[in-house]
Design a protein around this ligand. Structure first.
Ligand code: CO
Length: 296
């Protein structure tokens, strides 16, 4: 009997202590958790190309109900000149994060909508890292960043799968698909060659070139000469079909565009003016990175 009462007494002390501890902790941290996702794209000046980004924003909202989803652009040229003149305001990541902090969001995942972890991504990561060191009323309880599209080997495999589903039909029979990536002086440029190796491994008639990096159009021409396709389809390997896709890739009047160069080589060439974001599947790949970064 005494033994039983002693046990109940001990239990009460324990539970009471626990409850007090909880109350104390709640008092100390005060705020409830409020979650947000900040999507970060380079941005585009082409109104039609914006649909690809809008699509990713909407699909992210569906994948993460109950979380605030916002969009920011890294390109000041696009934000502060082109869009401002149109009366459109899109924040930079730094301003967007400051606003989220001001509005009481405590747990934020920044998701880069870049294809590779180049300079743009690393600049963004440094902003996130700096803000992550802030404490007290200026800091977030949790702030993390999701990696770009091509990071782990698994990412490349999933991307190849997506491209196969979407553009495989252009490569059937004797067709070839030439993708135009952006390319960069940054070391992350090697990502394009890794992507190409996966295409080759799977025996896909896909050739990946870049406008500003390696491989360029000369490598594309050499690969086409070896493949001897009856038909070539040009596709942007970028989230949006913006300026590069419309002019450098598909600008028929420009003798330096890829479509003009490849037609000049005697190929029958068509161009698809849709970015990777203009269809199903891309937002889901980014959603996977958001889950990873937020520890879900
Ligand atoms: Co560019």
């Amino acid at each position: 009997m005494w033994k039983k009462m002693w046990f109940i007494f001990a239990l009460c002390v324990f539970m009471g202590g626990l409850a007090m501890g909880c109350a104390e902790a709640a008092g100390r941290h005060g705020k409830e958790e409020r979650k947000a996702i900040l999507l970060v794209a380079f941005g585009t000046s082409e109104p039609e190309a914006r649909d690809a980004i809008t699509r990713i924003v909407e699909e992210t909202r569906k994948s993460f109900p109950g979380e605030e989803v916002r969009l920011s652009y890294t390109s000041n040229m696009i934000r502060l000149k082109i869009l401002k003149e149109e009366g459109l305001e899109i924040d930079s990541p730094l301003i967007a994060l400051a606003k989220l902090q001001d509005e009481g969001y405590t747990s934020v995942t920044v998701q880069s909508l870049h294809i590779i972890a180049g300079e743009e991504y690393h600049q963004l990561a440094s902003v996130v890292r700096s803000l992550g060191t802030l404490r007290g009323k200026y800091g977030f309880a949790r702030l993390s960043i999701g990696s770009p599209l091509l990071s782990s080997l698994e990412d490349y495999r999933k991307t190849a799968e997506l491209l196969k589903t979407r553009y495989g039909m252009y490569g059937s029979e004797d067709g070839a698909v030439v993708f135009m990536g952006h390319g960069t002086h940054h070391g992350a440029n090697a990502a394009y060659s890794q992507m190409q190796m996966l295409f080759d491994e799977e025996g896909l008639p896909f050739i990946l070139g870049t406008v500003e990096g390696f491989p360029g159009i000369d490598t594309v021409k050499r690969r086409l000469a070896a493949l001897k396709p009856g038909k070539v389809t040009l596709v942007p390997f970028m989230v949006v079909a913006g300026d590069h896709a419309r002019n450098d890739m598909a600008g028929g009047d420009d003798p330096d565009s890829w479509i003009s160069i490849l037609r000049g080589e005697g190929y029958e060439v068509e161009a698809v003016l849709k970015g990777l974001g203009d269809g199903e599947g891309l937002a889901e790949l980014f959603a996977g990175h958001i889950r990873e970064a937020s520890g879900k």
